[in-house]
Design a protein around this ligand. Sequence first.
Ligand SMILES: [Zn+2]
Length: 77
Amino acid sequence: MSHPCCPELLALLDALDGQPPDAVERAVSAHVASCERCAGEERHLDDLLAAVRSSAAPMLPTGLEARLLARLCPPIT
Ligand SMILES: [Zn+2]
């Protein structure tokens, strides 16, 4: 089974790159609340938001977005 990412979420994360974690969490939560595709990925998104919250940096460090996406959309093997 393929695991297509939500293009809107990808665009959202791209736009939020470098923003404060709380802003990212709010934006992602708002998106999930209004997106059927992401609602089905809620378990992954919980992990993603936990990772955002656990970031001690005031701004998301470079590369975090890629790690979050890897967690949300694991490579198809
Ligand atoms: Zn979505």
